[in-house]
Design a binder for this molecule. Structure first.
Ligand code: URA
Length: 429
């Protein structure tokens, strides 16, 4: 605890573009977490930070103050090195599911403390909860045991890591201050550093379905997080990836588990495989295995074996059929041409409206709801061809989802030139 300040002075300084001191930052985060600085004052400070920004030193103090608000995990006693991955979130982003067992199959420990979805991006826990019996909540010792064997765990983050972030994130959400690079960086990195991983690979997305709308902003966010991690002794690298169109051909909870199983069985869509393999290579490079043949581990069943152990250890029935929605409707091409301009945001919102996501954090999600894409972007289609299938348990949702999707793709006379572009646009080593 540092000596007292007046919140109003700190707000005024930031409003006027001054740099905050370490003591001021430590004091206000601590007092706010103990509910001794009110929401109205923190709201004003967040808005001042949104407009004035923070320099790297301030962001680093802010991150550290958030880490100190809670407990820290310690993976140093594990016999395996730990490597974590964090994605800033996108539509159809199920990469954690095949990636964690794939990397763990090389003898590395992969902790994936994950969350539930809100709005148009899905949450990893919602996806796995589509598997009958699977449970997200684990005690710390269960989590540690799984990191030894089978070497990976995907579970709910406990409230004890960086609790200041929970209050701050909820406040940012309702004060239009989420999309600030200093705030996003401090929020993500405080939780990752508190979690205690020795290495971390970031997947920072840009485009219509991402927080960051341009590649330049995504690069700046990635650079800031890499600097914060390295300053805290974490080995870091980052991929900057394209989220203008949905990742893969399946969006929705059970549908994304289904597609992850295709990847673990050595198949799956080109972009999902590309990103899984690229992230696995980055993670294994940080863990000291730059020459690991990750594609072989997908083809020969090693990654699938690790997946089966991981799911079973958390009560999941690996052989049970995945839930299907009660109703489906197809969207067909109304003319001949080439499927183009699939827009991630429109697919994310449509899938959410079908019941795959939630509007408020207490809402339930439908396991089977979502969208299947039948045709790869850039492929030729004929009038009447099936383009997409919409899935939901509540068919009154079809009309709104279809309206949303109507602006989310085009059928053009000429094939788009960039249909086979790589998902990975840039990287920070
Ligand atoms: N994810 C987080 O954990 N925090 C943010 O601020 C944004 C995305």
């Amino acid at each position: 605890m540092v000596a007292g300040f007046a919140a109003v002075d700190i707000i005024r300084e930031k409003r006027d573009g001054q740099t905050l001191t370490e003591d001021e930052i430590r004091w206000i985060i601590d007092a706010y977490t103990r509910r001794q600085v009110g929401e109205e004052q923190m709201s004003a400070l967040l808005m001042a930070i949104f407009f004035q920004g923070m320099n790297m030193q301030e962001i680093s103090w802010w991150t550290d103050a958030m880490i100190r608000s809670g407990e820290r995990l310690d993976f140093s006693k594990l016999s395996r090195p730990t490597v974590d991955k964090h994605s800033t979130g996108g539509v159809g982003d199920k990469i954690t599911l095949p990636l964690a067992p794939l990397v763990a199959s090389f003898g590395v420990a992969v902790p994936q403390l994950s969350g539930r979805g809100l709005g148009h991006t899905g949450g990893t826990l919602d996806k796995l909860e589509a598997i009958p019996g699977w449970r997200a909540a684990l005690e710390n010792d269960e989590m540690m045991a799984m990191l030894e064997d089978p070497g990976c765990v995907i579970c709910a983050a406990t409230g004890s890591l960086a609790p200041a972030d929970k209050f701050l994130y909820a406040l940012r959400d309702v004060t239009a201050t989420v999309d600030s690079i200093p705030m996003i960086s401090a929020s993500i990195m405080s939780k990752k550093i508190a979690e205690g991983t020795s290495s971390l690979v970031l997947d920072v997305k840009f485009g219509s379905g991402a927080f960051m709308k341009t590649q330049e902003l995504a690069h700046e966010l990635a650079q800031t997080m890499v600097q914060l991690g390295r300053a805290a002794g974490v080995k870091m690298s980052a991929l900057i990836t394209d989220m203008n169109r949905p990742l893969g051909r399946k969006i929705g909870n059970a549908l994304e588990v289904e597609e992850s199983l295709e990847v673990l069985a050595g198949g799956g869509p080109r972009d999902v495989v590309e990103l899984t393999v690229e992230l696995a290579r980055e993670m294994l490079t940080l863990a000291g295995q730059p020459d690991a043949d990750v594609e072989a581990a997908l083809k020969d069943g090693r990654a699938m074996d690790t997946w089966r152990q991981m799911i079973a250890r958390q009560g999941g029935d690996v052989d049970a059929p995945l839930p299907r929605a009660l109703h489906t409707e197809d969207v067909v091409a109304t003319e001949d041409g080439y499927l183009s301009d699939l827009d991630a945001l429109a697919f994310g919102v449509a899938s959410w409206r079908l019941g795959a996501g939630r509007a408020r954090k207490e809402d339930p999600v439908q396991a089977g709801a979502g969208i299947e894409i039948h045709v790869d972007a850039g492929s030729a289609v004929k009038r009447g061809d099936k383009l997409f299938t919409l899935h939901t348990d509540t068919p009154e949702r079809f009309d709104l989802a279809k309206q949303t999707l109507a602006d989310g793709y085009k059928v053009l006379a000429a094939a788009p030139l960039d249909a086979n572009r790589s998902v990975v646009a840039d990287r920070i080593k």
